[in-house]
Design a protein around this ligand. Structure first.
Ligand SMILES: NC(=O)c1ccc[n+]([C@@H]2O[C@H](COP(=O)([O-])OP(=O)(O)OC[C@H]3O[C@@H](n4cnc5c(N)ncnc54)[C@H](O)[C@@H]3O)[C@@H](O)[C@H]2O)c1
Length: 372
């Protein structure tokens, strides 16, 4: 197959779909890799490394699109890229079609086989192409929170770990899933007092086993949350109910009861946020202060660390990407049925039930029945 990768054109997106090591793997499997010059620069991968890995470098993104049987990207294509689609192209990337009718129509019109990272679900129901980004956001949440506790940003002016003879900071984590566990790991490592609150008793049991006496676990009730955040220096919002809107567990009334200059990092903001006072911010302008509490609500936190994010993402995508390139999408689905769950559009039809529900006017194909 001819596998392509272009520079991401979304504002402030520095990740890239293929690393030089990925190129080496595709070339070793007998494929050709077409890479736009400069595609990896934002993640610290120079053109020379791609060339050394066996890539064919192209000056223009349009040449890569034209040549490719399969495009590997990070973000969804944007309108200037729609005219570059061609029939049968496999587009392997994050798509997020539900809120994006324009892109969905373009993929359908272009008869593109849209394979979305975010819906690929393993047999144990995990989402392996989303997990690395949650791991990064969780770890980063403590790093960012620690920074915004500094006085110059409006923070309380406390050091998370303290020093001998001073109190350690109190970190409260709402939601102990992938983000929450990774936040916990870093906060514990930095020496903070950590309380983690979750609705799931089995999850609390796991966290208690894993971190032992280093953390306090609490079951999620309004009373427990209110008591914990009153004493908190840093609160992390990392709650998720799959397929439902995020519950607003961090109430506006708590702000006045908290320590002035405490920090709230609402990682769940990409799903609406778990704070009543949260609103989306960006890497250019990440914080705002409400009732004396510093709010950090960046919706694409991994974008702050594109090199780590690219390596983490491609570590997960390469496995399925190679299966698709080696066998073709259809045979890859038959051999590894997990890949069916990632097919969102298929030559002129929607192919994922959640996407089809959003666009009843578009033709839907049951991909398993169609491919067999
Ligand atoms: N801002 C970003 O850049 C970024 C990056 C990655 C993930 N996220 C978001 O972070 C959030 C968490 O993601 P995740 O991968 O950790 O999800 P996850 O499913 O692994 O964890 C969610 C946790 O929330 C818990 N929960 C559900 N309802 C609760 C309640 N009422 N009280 C307390 N806990 C409750 C669940 O039991 C689960 O343990 C998601 O909204 C995700 O989209 C944001």
């Amino acid at each position: 197959m001819k596998v392509g990768c272009v520079r991401e054109i979304k504002n402030n997106e520095f990740r890239v779909g293929l690393t030089p090591d990925n190129v080496k793997a595709y070339v070793a499997a007998g494929h050709e890799a077409f890479i736009e010059k400069g595609a990896g620069i934002g993640s610290g991968f120079p053109d020379a490394d791609y060339e050394a890995a066996g890539a064919i470098m192209k000056e223009e993104a349009s040449c890569v699109w034209k040549n490719a049987d399969m495009m590997v990207k990070v973000k969804e294509p944007l309108p200037p890229e729609y005219p570059l689609f061609h029939e049968g192209l496999i587009l392997y990337t994050y798509l997020h079609l539900a809120p994006d009718p324009e892109q969905t129509e373009a993929l359908i019109r272009g008869k593109v086989k849209g394979v979305a990272y975010e819906t690929l679900q393993e047999k144990d129901r995990s989402l392996p192409l989303l997990i690395p980004m949650s791991q990064i956001a969780g770890r980063l949440s403590i790093q960012e929170g620690a920074k915004y506790l500094e006085k110059r940003f409006g923070g309380e002016g406390v050091l998370l770990a303290g020093v001998p003879g001073t109190p350690k900071a109190n970190v409260v984590i709402l939601g102990g899933g992938t983000v929450g566990t990774n936040a916990c790991k870093i906060a514990v490592g930095m020496g903070a007092n950590v309380t983690i609150i979750d609705i799931s008793l089995p999850r609390l049991e796991y966290l208690d086993d894993r971190f032992g006496s280093q953390i306090q676990t609490l079951v999620s009730t309004d009373a427990n949350i209110e008591r914990a955040v009153k004493e908190a220096d840093l609160v992390i919002g990392s709650v998720l109910i799959p397929g439902a809107s995020t519950p607003k567990l961090f109430k506006k009334k708590y702000l006045k009861e908290m320590k002035p200059g405490a920090v709230f990092v609402d990682v769940a903001i990409d799903q609406g946020g778990c704070g009543e006072s949260s609103r989306v911010t960006s890497h250019d302008d990440p914080i705002f202060i409400e009732d004396g509490i510093v709010h950090y609500c960046v919706g694409n936190m991994p974008g702050a660390v594109p090199r780590t994010s690219t390596i983490a993402l491609t570590n997960a995508t390469i496995r399925y990407g190679l299966q698709i390139a080696n066998l073709g999408l259809e045979e890859a689905c038959r051999k590894n049925p997990v890949i069916y769950s990632a097919v969102n559009t298929y030559v002129g039809k929607t192919a994922f039930p959640g996407v089809a529900e959003c666009y009843p006017e578009m033709e839907y194909a049951d991909i398993r029945a169609l491919i067999g």
